[in-house]
Design a protein around this ligand. Structure first.
Ligand code: C2E
Ligand code: MG
Ligand code: MG
Ligand code: MG
Length: 282
């Protein structure tokens, strides 16, 4: 009986591994050419100013609409893109599409910033800063309107390159953000070294642990005051409940994102959302 159970477990484990392996092979087969086939897509999540509840920016988030595999999320797509050395091509597509969308919204009179995510690997490309400059110029976008987000949890080795590239972006006038702050390990040291303008507090810090002994409030208060002392703008991300929004506002966060405020959505839906706030300047 015990032996039977053990055997079932092994089989279950094998089946699980096999499934993972097959999935990975599917991704590796389909991802090359996805850009050319027009399968990549962006959704946008509004950034809200907590003082008046108005949208001040949007963050572009990558989606892969694969006819074979369905919609694939960044968590699954990005590691494959990096391994197959497709990340630079995909990143360029993301920044072009995001800038095109920003220009379109700007023509409609929406005064927004656009945030794009980059991996450390993308940032390490020697021509990264110059291609960003070219993309901005092609769409006639003021550099201040672009925010480049780099995830703290993924900045580890090779930090000098990251520092140089972020500094290069800022020299252009582009703003930089440290994403997922508080989810990684070397947070404080990183914060001192990286030339960033915006601190995005990870939802892990904002979430209610459900345990009275570990409330999130003291942590948020400390991070906000620290960020302020360093002259950073503070954005709380991943707010899922109204109470979290209130808490972020009370702690002094200026900006916020999360399902409680606005979910990531396709451009048309975001455009409708923006229109609700728009007062024509006539
Ligand atoms: P991120 O930049 O921290 O983006 C926030 C993630 O949290 C997004 O997941 C978003 O859909 C999700 N989110 C937003 N509000 C809430 C909320 O209230 N609750 C919860 N539970 N989740 C929320 P997504 O779109 O799956 O992206 C995951 C990560 O993938 C991003 O984290 C970012 O690091 C990376 N990523 C996304 N797009 C790109 C891209 O174009 N290039 C690169 N290099 N990385 C990207
Ligand atoms: Mg981000
Ligand atoms: Mg984040
Ligand atoms: Mg994240």
């Amino acid at each position: 009986r015990a032996r039977q159970l053990g055997r079932n477990r092994v089989e279950w484990y094998d089946a699980f591994l096999e499934e993972q392996l097959v999935r990975r092979m599917d991704l590796e087969r389909e991802l090359p050419g996805a850009v050319e086939r027009g399968e990549l897509d962006l959704v946008y999540q509004p950034v809200i100013a907590l003082e008046d509840g108005r949208p001040v920016g949007v963050e572009a988030l990558l989606r892969w609409r694969s006819p074979m595999l369905g919609t694939v999320l960044p968590a699954e797509l990005l590691p494959v893109a990096e391994d197959l050395a497709l990340i630079d091509e995909i990143g360029r597509w993301v920044r072009q599409r995001a800038c095109r969308q920003l220009a379109a919204w700007s023509r409609l009179g929406h005064d927004l910033w656009m945030a794009v995510n980059v991996s450390q690997r993308e940032l390490a490309a020697p021509d990264f800063v110059s291609t960003v400059a070219a993309t901005l110029a092609a769409h006639r976008i003021a550099p201040e309107r672009l925010v480049v987000e780099i995830a703290e949890s993924r900045v580890a080795a090779d930090v000098p390159t990251v520092v140089t590239q972020l500094a290069g972006l800022r020299a252009l006038g582009v703003r930089t953000a440290l994403d997922d702050f508080g989810a990684g390990q070397a947070s404080l040291a990183q914060l001192r070294r990286l030339p960033v303008d915006i601190l995005k507090i990870d939802r892990a810090l904002v979430a209610d642990s459900g345990d009275r002994r570990t409330p999130s409030k003291p942590l948020i208060d400390v991070v906000v005051s620290l960020g302020r002392r360093l002259g950073l703008e503070i954005l709380a991300e991943g707010l899922e409940a109204t109470a979290q929004v209130d808490q972020a506002r009370e702690a002094g966060c200026r900006f916020a994102q999360g399902h409680a405020l606005a979910r990531p959505a396709p451009a048309e839906r975001v455009e409708a959302f923006l229109a609700e706030f728009h007062t024509p300047s006539v």
